[in-house]
Ligand binder design. Structure first.
Ligand SMILES: *Cc1c(COP(=O)(O)O)cnc(C)c1O
Length: 473
């Protein structure tokens, strides 16, 4: 055995010990990193060391310099944004992936990477009740998948001419989403050359969901005024408050006007593994594409985005490119996933999914998701009972949005200031981490309850702390 691999074995065992201890002790760290700007930067050497260094020394610096600058996303007291979960089967698979160091760009560059990915996407598609004739492919992020969707819509609508000739003759495209949809839609529209000015943000109703009547009105007005409605993005679970756009009504409109329909379920999509939520995607058969992130609520390390399309040929026709150096004997017989999206190189991400889906099983995943939703329900009940806190919007799945309102006599400005102060105190305590949003100018605290190993005890402690700190401000 080579000296190099023996050294690796020794260090790897030490690292795994550290990893297991970290998972055990993650609650001991301040959830949100408490360092000041540039505090980490100034501790890092100003250039590449001339002489190689020992792994022991680098590892010591990792513990001493890097860890204080880490926000502990895997802490069960992390309730900010949406979760970016890991789990033990996923981390184990990441270790194998890193070791193989495979590029899954073409079938021939690692057949197992392509074929396992095909199977994993079928597993998810069928368990989530997506249409049986759709095809899935893994992307790095939901942002990239949404960009791929907008580009595919553009190419299909222009008969693949924008790809060859540029925009000549294809001006005035319009894309529609609600005022509450994720910023990645606007980014995608900008990158796709459609122009931010042609992204129409449809007002929402009192549940923060897209108003389908206004969508129809906007589309018909645009047509009258010489625009070409290209694509509608419907959100199943908005980032602010997890609002659900009315997919069925939106799909009727896009069908009638022959408009591409993309569904962004980046976070909430995982809950489609629960049959009781599957009617949220009624009408999906009339959509063209759907994205969700197993790297959020499905216990799979970032990155792993599942992107499903009705017409895989439209996707491949948008992206395929075949220079001489990429030609292989099996082209045309197999899927070459480099033609299914933007990057050429691709990590072996399906390996993580395989480990996660097999290790938990559908039943285990469903139990976890339902448990997180129950915990959110518990907190919702406490808030309703409290008298001093109010729900900002009804709880949606595992997201609870609320604010502190100690009396009816304070103005909205005073209330907002109180809640901002409360949030800052909570986060600088290091004990829990929440983030905020605004709904109708009201500052609200969001508590997303979906960390892999969160228990009722964590929610009780968090709720006690929220009340205790609120009393003191
Ligand atoms: C998180 C999120 C995104 C972006 O996801 P990335 O994978 O980070 O690009 C898009 N849409 C919604 C609704 C999200 O919650």
């Amino acid at each position: 055995m080579s000296n190099e691999s023996e050294k690796f074995r020794t260090y790897a065992h030490q690292f795994v010990d550290w990893m297991a201890d970290y998972m055990n002790d993650v609650e001991q760290y301040p959830v949100k990193s408490q360092v000041a700007p540039r505090e980490i930067y100034h501790q890092i050497e100003t250039g590449i060391p001339n002489e190689g260094e020992r792994i022991e020394d680098i590892f010591e610096d990792f513990k001493k310099i890097i860890i204080p600058g880490i926000t502990h996303w895997q802490s069960p007291n992390f309730f900010a944004y949406f979760q970016a979960n890991t789990s033990t089967p996923s981390v184990l698979a990441e270790m194998l992936m890193a070791t193989l160091g495979v590029q899954g760009m073409k079938w021939a560059t690692s057949p197992a990477s392509t074929e396992l990915e095909e199977r994993m996407m079928e597993w998810l598609r069928d368990a989530m009740a997506l249409p049986k004739d759709w095809t899935g492919v893994i992307q790095d992020t939901a942002s990239t998948a949404t960009l791929a969707s907008i580009l595919t819509a553009r190419e299909q609508k222009s008969d693949y001419e924008v790809n060859t000739k540029g925009f000549a003759g294809f001006t005035n495209f319009r894309v529609y989403c609600s005022e509450e949809t994720h910023s990645s839609i606007e980014k995608g529209v900008k990158i796709a050359g459609i122009g931010k000015g042609n992204l129409v943000k449809i007002p929402t109703d009192d549940t923060q969901a897209m108003d389908a009547n206004l969508l129809l009105e906007c589309i018909e007005n645009d047509i009258t005024n010489g625009y070409h409605p290209l694509c509608v993005v419907a959100a199943i679970g908005t980032t602010g408050t997890m609002a659900m756009d009315p997919l069925k009504e939106i799909a009727e409109i896009t069908k009638k006007h022959n408009i591409w329909l993309h569904v962004d379920a980046a976070y909430a999509g995982s809950a489609l593994l629960l049959p009781e939520y599957q009617d949220l995607i009624n009408g999906i058969e009339h959509a063209d594409s759907f994205v969700f992130n197993p790297h959020k609520w499905l216990f799979t390390n970032f990155d792993c985005t599942a992107y499903f399309v009705k017409d895989k040929d439209a996707l491949v026709n948008t992206f395929a490119i075949l220079p001489e150096y990429l030609k292989t004997k099996t082209d045309g017989m197999v899927a070459n996933h480099c033609d299914w999206g933007i990057p050429l190189g691709r990590r072996f991400r399906s390996l993580k999914l395989w480990f996660v889906l097999r290790h938990y099983g559908l039943k285990g995943l469903q139990e976890k998701l339902r448990f997180h939703i129950e915990l959110a329900k518990w907190l919702e009940d406490e808030i309703v009972k409290s008298g001093e806190f109010e729900l900002a919007v009804p709880r949606s799945m595992n997201l609870v949005c609320f604010y502190y309102k100690p009396s009816n006599d304070i103005s909205i400005e005073q209330q907002n200031q109180l809640n901002e102060k409360l949030l800052n105190r909570l986060n600088s305590s290091g004990k829990i981490y929440l983030t905020h949003t605004k709904v109708n100018n009201v500052f609200i605290l969001r508590m997303s309850i979906g960390r892999t190993n969160v228990e009722l005890a964590h929610i009780r402690k968090a709720w006690d702390l929220i009340q205790e700190i609120a009393m003191k401000i």
